[in-house]
Write a protein that binds this ligand. Structure first.
Ligand code: IFM
Length: 448
């Protein structure tokens, strides 16, 4: 059987500044919260730091050439806030502007459509010192940053994303294993509230500019949780908690339906964690976007007993890292949920999807990534079926073009279509790179 995608389907690859650029202390860039966090002992696997990463700051032309060779139609990257405005709110760094101008020009020269994210987790450290997302001033700081981006690159970027996976801000403030490494859920709730206002305010600024060819959206990852044992009360409660209270519901409800969901409001009240709000905040958050970016990785089945065992092992410092079972088919349910429950009525892009490999398995094994091909094929098959159900999906981006700095996992998890040799900075195609190239060339693939 053959799956063929629509003629104008946008095949792409995705990366993010802090994960690939390196040059952390070059070109006038200021430190980000990840530069600081990665220097705290034990925070990043094997003490990996984003200082050099894939050195795409210097090697971007090489990376664009890889994309061109693969035939990708669109590239999703992010701007580094501390490269554009080193202290977050003051002077603009001309070298930062120059770098992205050159990157975008290079993409255009090669016929690759830019999809750019304003914020992919690398807050300027100078702003964190002032409270970061917990300080309502973040709205002014973010608007200033967005204005600089839109002034310089407005029409040159076809697809603008305000935020990538806002949940990272929750993880970094409530759970502590992402930067800035705090464990204060009440503060985290306030941060998320401000973040959503930042998003809505920038959508308004964007509209005022009346850009002809550019569109604006947001990327929210959905890891949908299901009860492992239907009818088991604990499993069901766990799925609701993970979806509504600490998962996608925190964002999708205010963005597309308006306000926090009933479950979330109840929880926040009970826990005395209701964020401070101002009149009009919820209307601002809900400003209409042009598209929605779904980062899909897996569906998860919650078994309360197993989750308790995992939590215990983690608290005891154990390394409980079993990879959950793969549920690529969940993408179909997730897309239906977006449209039917959250009333998402704008085009959807799959802005990330992929599979990690364990770097410890070694280079040869990493290069022969049939497992990734099989997984992505399953996701794309389910995606195709969902599109046949009538759900509009305009494009798909693989995470990631090349192995890169995988946050708390450092360099121990490899997601790339290209293998990055961190000693020589060579990019070596994995089996999946050839496979993806063929999918793009044929605009589809065969399944047995
Ligand atoms: O590497 C991350 C990316 O930054 C955000 N989405 C998930 C990816 C894989 O963990």
């Amino acid at each position: 059987m053959r799956y063929t995608f629509p003629k104008d389907f946008m095949w792409g690859v995705a990366t993010a500044a802090a994960q690939i650029e390196g040059a952390a202390f070059e070109g006038g860039r200021g430190p980000s919260i990840w530069d600081v966090f990665s220097r705290l002992p034990g925070k990043i696997k094997n003490d990996g730091r984003p200082d050099v990463a894939c050195d795409s700051y210097h090697l971007y032309e090489k990376d664009v050439a890889l994309m061109k060779e693969m035939g990708v139609k669109t590239y999703r990257f992010s701007f580094s806030w501390p490269r554009i405005i080193p202290d977050g709110s003051g002077e603009v760094n001309p070298e930062g502007i120059r770098y992205y101008k050159e990157l975008i020009a290079c993409l255009k020269k090669n016929g690759i459509v830019p999809n750019a994210t304003m914020y992919h987790w690398d807050l300027p450290y100078a702003l964190q010192v002032k409270g970061g997302f917990g300080n309502r001033e973040i709205i002014t700081w973010f608007k200033h940053y967005a204005e600089v981006l839109l002034d310089n690159f407005g029409e040159d970027v076809d697809l603008w994303v305000t935020f990538n996976e806002p949940i990272a801000v929750y993880v970094g403030h409530a759970l502590g294993f992402f930067a800035p490494g705090l464990q204060d859920e009440k503060y985290a709730r306030q941060c998320l509230h401000h973040l959503l206002v930042c998003h809505g305010e920038v959508v308004r600024m964007f509209r005022e500019r009346n850009l002809q060819n550019a569109k604006i959206g947001i990327v929210v990852d959905v890891w949908k949780h299901y009860p492992a044992r239907a009818g088991n009360e604990e499993d069901e409660a766990s799925a609701v908690y993970n979806n509504e209270i600490t998962g996608y519901g925190m964002f999708l409800h205010p963005l597309f339906l308006g306000g926090y969901s009933g479950e979330l409001q109840k929880y926040l009240k009970e826990q005395d964690m209701e964020p401070v709000t101002e009149e009009g905040d919820f209307e601002i958050m809900r400003r209409k976007v042009d598209f929605y970016g779904l980062n899909f990785y897996n569906g998860l089945y919650d078994n309360a007993e197993e989750l308790r065992a995992r939590e215990k092992a983690q608290k005891e410092g154990g390394n409980y890292q079993d990879r959950p079972e793969s549920h690529p088919e969940a993408i179909r349910d997730v897309l239906h949920m977006l449209v039917e429950k959250y009333k998402v009525d704008v085009p959807i892009y799959i802005t990330e999807n992929g599979l990690p490999q364990d770097a410890g398995e070694g280079r040869e094994k990493n290069l022969d990534d049939q497992e990734r091909i099989d997984y992505v094929k399953d996701v794309l098959s389910a995606l195709h079926e969902t599109m046949e159900d009538g759900i509009q999906v305009k494009g798909y981006y693989m995470w990631s073009l090349l192995d890169n700095f995988e946050w708390s996992a450092g360099y121990a998890a490899r997601y790339g279509l290209y293998y990055t040799d961190y000693q020589t900075l060579e990019r070596i195609p994995k089996k999946s790179a050839g496979w993806y190239r063929q999918v793009i060339a044929e605009n589809g693939f065969d399944v047995e």
